[in-house]
Design a protein around this ligand. Sequence first.
Ligand code: CP
Ligand code: NVA
Length: 305
Amino acid sequence: MKRDFLTLKDWTTDELKEMIDTAIRLKKENKNNVRHHLLEGKKLAMIFEKPSTRTRVSFEVGMYELGGYPLYLSSNDIQLGRGETVKDTARTLSRFVDAIMIRTKGHDIIEELAKFSTVPVINGLTDDFHPCQVMADVQTIFEHTGTYDVKVAFIGDGNNMAQSWLFGAAKFGMDISVASPEGYECKPEIVAGAREVAKETGSTIELVRKPIDAVKGADIIITDTWASMGQEAEKEERKKIFSGYQVDKALMDATGKKSYFMHCLPAYIGQEVTEEVYESEASIIWDEAENRLHAQKAVMLKVMS
Ligand code: CP
Ligand code: NVA
């Protein structure tokens, strides 16, 4: 039976750790120019209903390196953009390709696509989740710290990144504290779902109001844009609401230990993060960006092999 990669919730800790191991191995092999054409002859449709730099390039390059063929499908160019249903798009593409990656809006859209496609569907970001990014983040953390036994502080909007991180932390047994302004917290049902998982792995999931309360003892501080794709009209209002949620040196120092800064990118310097932190030694954002390639190759191998 096909397995979709829509959220981390649907995969076991063992499966996810195995994917991270694969990603780390593939990265080493890549540096030594060892290429396995493990997806020789396989085709991946990549539907984008929102812009992308990292997701598009990492899936496209990843498919190429694995010997497969990626098809970039902007929703402006395919019939989906003119009203063909998600259901019919799923049934059509399933006859041509071996997997579908989609970046879309509502999470219900990817669920519909997965329901009607006979090939695996991979989430390249929805309004609620960005699981491939969290896999790359976890790989990056493991490479820098050598352990999953860390505390993560997520500062800012309770958006797709924060919500994916709740499941990421719960699945990998990490502790997480999310600081968000009132009205911008993670959805309660997603917090509850992550807490269920956390019961099995022993992680602590905490939601707080003030950034300073989230970062104490944190090994990693993560933030994201204050206005996600689709929220452009709220940009100015959000700048005011999130003004106390900037990651600056004082916040990094408040962890009380050596800690790293991460951001899925794109970043808006001077808003969610200061240039000083962004460009500092503690910032591991370029390793994080690179790891999109390796982590996604591991995900593709898992669902497409
Ligand atoms: N982090 C991330 O998903 O980047 P893109 O929007 O450039 O794909
Ligand atoms: N939260 C951001 C992540 C971008 C990769 C957005 O959805 O726009």
